[in-house]
Design a protein around this ligand. Structure first.
Ligand SMILES: NC(=O)c1ccc[n+]([C@@H]2O[C@H](COP(=O)([O-])OP(=O)(O)OC[C@H]3O[C@@H](n4cnc5c(N)ncnc54)[C@H](OP(=O)(O)O)[C@@H]3O)[C@@H](O)[C@H]2O)c1
Length: 320
């Protein structure tokens, strides 16, 4: 089978992890990297024995089949659009963009250029999550009464960091709150009838913590929380009429527990290879959208984040 060549934009924390896990995706090849800071690009390229491109355009004019966008949220629109316009498939880090209007621009551009694009919601492709989804959909838990899930970590305050700067799309919701929202949408595939949210904002005006409650017409209640200043339970608990599933570290799980019985999954690396393999499968099949992580899924979650932001008063300069 021929190789699929990956180019990466960005040389930060997640780009390093993704590049490292590509070794576990058979027939994936890291063809090069580009970024805003040439010494960092060279260092990254040296570590992974790949090409250091001097400019984004050089990478986009290269023979890469797909570009992984791993820059801060506020740059996803620009970098995804540039890649799409160059005719490259795109895997863009979560969140797809800052808001719905930016996300729609990316999706429209991909459609008009007829290229593949997917938000890198890596959670969806973990073996544990795939199994949980099929258990829930097969009715193993009966009807879903309640989903409770949180993702929070402690970071020190830096007003210029991508976590706290509104211009970079800072705040806990877009950074980690997106995971509880995405998981719940995978499980329920339904829009909530009601959303109530409250948040605590940092001095820079982004949500350092936010919690929400959603009610669905089916009767399910979803309680979620995210934080960039507090460690939270960092678990998903799905309670049904006939049983319960608990998923520790649900955004990248190695296990889940069904009614007290734990099932573990062993795989190398952190698990970025699973989303990479899905992209490669779609490219080989010539389809422009993953049937698992669809464009509609991404937009749905982005809409929920916009609703929550409105309720707690977080506005980004890009929202104007
Ligand atoms: N899937 C996951 O588990 C996961 C985990 C963490 C983050 N993420 C996502 O990945 C993205 C990047 O996060 P990260 O933690 O890797 O951030 P990071 O470590 O700060 O790295 C960001 C990279 O983008 C570059 N960059 C920063 N500002 C830029 C700008 N204005 N224009 C162009 N490039 C810029 C940085 O360049 P320099 O080299 O000059 O610093 C760096 O290479 C975020 O959207 C985040 O949500 C996903």
């Amino acid at each position: 089978m021929s190789k699929i060549r990956w180019g990466i934009i960005g040389t930060g924390k997640i780009a390093l992890r993704f590049a490292s896990d590509l070794q576990y995706a058979p027939n994936a090849e890291l063809s090069g990297v580009a970024g805003r800071n040439l010494p960092n690009v060279r260092k990254f390229a040296e570590e992974f024995q790949t090409t250091a491109f001097q400019t984004y355009d050089e990478l986009l004019n290269s023979d890469a089949d797909v570009i992984y966008v791993a820059t801060p949220h506020s740059s996803h629109l620009e970098h995804s659009l540039r890649a799409i316009r160059a005719g490259k498939a795109v895997l863009c880090e979560k969140p797809f963009a800052i808001n719905c209007s930016q996300t729609e621009k990316i999706l429209e551009a991909a459609k008009s250029k007829n290229v593949f694009v997917m938000e890198a919601m890596w959670t969806r492709f973990f073996p544990a999550i795939r199994e949980v989804l099929s258990l829930v959909k097969s009715g193993e838990l009966g009807s879903i009464l309640r989903i409770e899930t949180s993702f929070g970590y402690e970071s020190s305050f830096d007003p210029l960091s991508r976590i706290f700067d509104p211009a970079l799309g800072g705040g806990s919701l877009l950074d980690v709150g997106i995971y509880p929202l995405a998981l719940t949408h995978m499980l329920l595939e339904e829009s909530p009838a009601e959303i109530v949210a409250s948040g605590k904002l940092s001095s820079t005006g982004v949500d350092e913590s936010v919690s929400w409650a959603m009610t669905y017409s089916s009767g399910t209640r979803f309680l979620g929380e995210s934080s960039v200043v507090n460690v939270l339970a960092n678990e998903a608990v799905i309670t049904g009429s006939d049983g319960e599933i608990r998923i520790p570290q649900f955004w990248c799980p190695k296990e889940y527990t069904l009614n007290g019985v734990t099932r573990s999954f062993d795989f190398p690396g952190r698990g970025f290879q699973f989303e990479a393999l899905e992209v490669m499968r779609c490219l080989r099949e010539g389809i422009m959208e993953s049937p698992l992580q669809t464009h509609a899924n991404s937009l749905h979650v982005m809409r929920q984040m916009e609703s929550i932001r409105k309720m707690i008063g977080v506005r980004y300069p890009q929202d104007l």
